[in-house]
Ligand binder design. Structure first.
Ligand SMILES: [Fe+2]
Length: 226
């Protein structure tokens, strides 16, 4: 099972603050049977350009790699790219995909989505160089009109759900129905720390883990530590 959404990389964002904390998070993942994690640090276009972000990410990764041990999950470099105006015209967006793949984890805003924004993202998904994976769709069940988030599902986006969705009756029911229709592709903990927002898989039913655990989306990925 792979955790497709984590903030484990140290010092990159509001997730792990130190290498020690990152190692502890990786050990928590390993104890729950997780064999790979995508390091999806936040990318905010108004705070970073892509070059600066990738340099910072490599430096954080190098610090973690020095203390990594082989019994920890494999690590895949990625990013959680927050939607920004004009994203569709950003030519080198593919550099933020999960390393070795064309998968881009896109975070939609919590503020109300306009129809134009949704159209923009749908347009973006038609690009040949990237496939969009909508991050934690469950987060929008209550704060966006159903017609908007449902549209992203219906046009066939890849969808990532946070494991916390299984903690609440309503979101769990919605997710289980989506799963039956093949509309959920990735699970992630969206973990940010050890004591709060830790990597948490206990509420995910075994049958869901079995269903999504065998997905092949990362076959072409470059696992950064072998
Ligand atoms: Fe996140």
């Amino acid at each position: 099972m792979i955790d497709f959404h984590t903030h484990i990389l140290p010092g990159m964002d509001d997730g792990s603050r130190s290498v020690e904390q990152s190692l502890e998070m990786l050990n928590i993942e390993a104890r729950q049977g997780i064999t790979g994690v995508v390091l999806s640090s936040h990318f905010y276009a108004d705070e970073n350009n892509i070059d600066a972000f990738l340099q910072r990410r490599q430096a954080a990764f190098d610090r973690l790699a020095q203390q990594y041990s082989k019994d920890m999950p494999r690590l895949y470099l990625g990013a959680e790219v927050q939607y920004f105006e004009g994203i569709g015209r950003c030519d080198d967006l593919s550099r933020l995909c999960i390393s070795g793949t064309d998968l881009l984890l896109l975070e939609m805003p919590m503020t109300p989505w306009s129809k134009r924004m949704v159209d923009d993202v749908i347009q973006l998904n038609k690009r040949s160089d990237i496939r969009i994976d909508i991050a934690h769709l469950d987060r929008y069940f209550d704060c966006q009109p159903k017609a908007l988030w449902r549209r992203l599902v219906d046009v066939g986006f890849l969808i990532q759900i946070n494991t916390s969705a299984f903690r609440h009756f309503r979101s769990r029911m919605i997710v289980m129905n989506m799963l039956k229709r093949g509309q959920v592709h990735f699970l992630g903990t969206d973990c940010h720390g050890v004591h709060s927002r830790s990597p948490e898989w206990t509420k995910v039913p075994d049958k869901v883990k079995e269903l999504l655990g065998s997905n092949t989306f990362l076959q072409s990925a470059e696992s950064t530590i072998l």
